[in-house]
Design a protein around this ligand. Structure first.
Ligand SMILES: NC(=O)c1ccc[n+]([C@@H]2O[C@H](COP(=O)([O-])OP(=O)(O)OC[C@H]3O[C@@H](n4cnc5c(N)ncnc54)[C@H](OP(=O)(O)O)[C@@H]3O)[C@@H](O)[C@H]2O)c1
Length: 364
C-alpha cells in the first residue's frame, strides 16, 4: 500500500516525457497535477494525448513549482537547462527525477550537488537501463557470485544519433550537448560502473580515466538515418567528434573500456562484456563456474538493451523504485550523487583530449 500520494510536475513536454507521464500514471502512489514546458501548446498537447485530467498546464516553470500540490518534479527538458531546473526545484523543496545527462559542465555538477544536499531532497537520475531486465538479471547473478569478481567490463553505445531524434537540435551542438559521450554514451559509462561492482545495488567508483576521440562525421551535413536506412545531405552538423574510446580504472581494482560511436552506420546496439575471475557475460550469454560441465554458453531469454525508443525503456521500474525510496525514506542507488561519478568520467575524457594525459578522479 502506498504511504502517501505524491503530486507530480512534468517539466519539458517532449519525447521522453511521454514515458515519465505513462509511468507516473500507472503508479498508484502518484498523481500528475501539472505539466510545464517552454510553450503552453506542448504542455497542453502532452496532457491531452496522455488523457490526463485535473492537470494545470504552465509555460512558466516558477509558477508551476509554486503549484501547492507538487511534491515530485520530473525534469524532461534538454540537458543544457537541467542544472537551472534542478536548482530551482531543490530550492523549492521538491523531490527530483532528473533526465540524463544531468548537466553540461563540472561546475554544474557541483552546483546541483550542493543544492540537493542543502535542500535534503531525494533524487533519481534516469540511467534507466539499470532497470532493464537483462541488466537486473546480470546484476543479480554477479551478486550471487556467478562469475566471481568482475575485473574487466566493456560497454558500448553504438548509435548514429541524428535528426530522427527531435532532441538532436539541442544535443548536437558543442555549447548544449558538449560531446557524444555526454549526450548518449553516458548510458554506457553508467553500465560499465554498474557491472564493475559486485553488490547488487552498487556501482563502481572510477579513479582514473584515459580517452581518445576520432571518427569522421564531425561538422558533416551527411547523415545516416538508422531507422529508415536512408541518407540525407543537408542535416544540421554534429559539432563534436562522434567516436570516443575511454579506459577507466576503478577503486575496487576493476578496469573498464567504454565507447560511444555516433558515426556507426548500422542499427542501434548496446553490447556488454563482463569478465570475472570465475566466469563471463557476453550480452545475454553466460559462462559460469557454477554450471559444472558446461559445454556451451547459457543464453538468458530476456529483454536486451537493444532499442533507442523511449517506450522500450523501463521507466515504469525506475519511477516505481523512486516512489519506494520516498516512502521508505532511503536514497536511490542511482541518485544525483552517484550519477555525478558517471558524468565525471565523461568530463575527464574531455580533459584527456586537451592534455593527452590520464585524468584522476574525483576531478578537482
Ligand atoms: N533516459 C533516457 O533513456 C532518455 C531517452 C531520451 C531522452 N533523454 C533525455 O531527456 C531529455 C529530453 O530529451 P527529449 O528527447 O525528450 O527531447 P525533446 O523531445 O526535444 O523534448 C524536450 C522538451 O523540453 C522543452 N524545452 C526545451 N527548452 C526548454 C526550456 N528552456 N524550458 C522548458 N522547456 C523546454 C521543449 O518543449 P517545447 O515543445 O515547449 O518547446 C521540448 O518539448 C534530454 O536530456 C535527453 O538526453 C533520456
Amino acid at each position: 500500500m502506498p504511504k502517501k500520494q505524491y503530486g507530480v510536475l512534468i517539466h519539458g513536454a517532449g519525447w521522453v516525457s511521454t514515458q515519465h507521464i505513462a509511468a507516473f500514471k500507472k503508479n498508484p502512489a502518484t498523481k500528475i497535477v501539472a505539466v510545464s514546458s517552454r510553450s503552453i501548446e506542448s504542455a497542453r498537447r502532452q496532457t491531452n494525448e496522455a488523457g490526463l485530467a485535473d492537470v494545470t498546464c504552465f509555460d512558466d516553470y516558477q509558477k508551476a513549482l509554486a503549484h501547492p500540490d507538487v511534491d515530485i518534479v520530473s525534469i524532461c527538458t534538454p540537458q543544457h537547462v537541467h542544472c537551472e531546473n534542478v536548482l530551482d526545484a531543490a530550492g523549492a523543496g521538491k523531490q527530483l527525477v532528473i533526465e540524463k545527462p544531468i548537466g553540461i559542465s563540472l561546475e554544474e555538477l557541483r552546483l546541483m550537488q550542493h543544492a540537493v544536499q542543502s535542500a535534503g531532497v531525494k533524487t533519481v537520475v534516469s540511467f534507466v537501463l539499470r532497470w532493464n531486465p537483462l541488466f537486473r538479471t546480470i546484476k543479480g547473478m554477479i551478486a550471487d557470485n556467478a562469475i566471481g569478481r568482475p575485473y574487466y567490463v566493456e560497454a558500448d553505445y553504438l548509435s548514429h544519433m541524428g535528426s530522427w531524434w527531435q532532441g538532436w537540435n539541442d544535443a548536437r551542438t558543442l555549447a548544449q550537448g558538449v560531446s557524444a559521450m555526454l549526450v548518449g554514451g553516458c548510458h554506457a559509462v553508467d553500465a560499465m560502473r554498474w557491472f564493475a561492482a559486485e553488490g547488487e545495488f552498487e556501482a563502481a567508483t572510477p579513479t582514473e580515466v584515459f580517452a581518445v576521440s576520432g571518427g569522421y562525421r564531425k561538422g558533416s551535413k551527411h547523415e545516416y538515418n538508422c531507422l529508415t536506412n536512408t541518407w540525407s545531405d543537408d542535416a544540421p552538423p554534429m559539432e563534436y567528434e562522434g567516436l570516443e574510446v575511454v579506459l577507466v580504472k576503478f577503486s575496487n581494482g576493476a578496469v573498464g573500456k567504454v565507447s560511444v560511436n555516433a558515426d556507426c552506420v548500422m542499427p542501434y546496439r548496446f553490447p556488454i562484456r563482463i569478465f570475472g575471475d570465475q566466469g563471463s557475460f557476453f550480452d545475454n550469454q553466460v559462462w559460469s563456474h557454477k554450471y559444472v560441465g558446461q559445454t556451451d554458453w547459457v543464453k538468458l531469454p530476456t529483454i536486451l538493451p537493444d532499442s533507442t525508443d523511449v517506450n522500450h525503456h523501463p521507466f515504469q521500474s525506475e519511477i516505481d523504485h523512486f516512489v519506494e525510496c520516498l516512502d521508505d525514506d532511503v536514497e536511490s542507488h542511482c541518485n544525483l550523487q552517484d550519477a555525478i561519478k558517471t558524468h565525471e568520467v565523461v568530463f575527464a575524457a574531455q580533459q584527456c583530449y586537451q592534455t593527452g594525459m590520464p585524468s584522476h578522479l574525483p576531478l578537482a
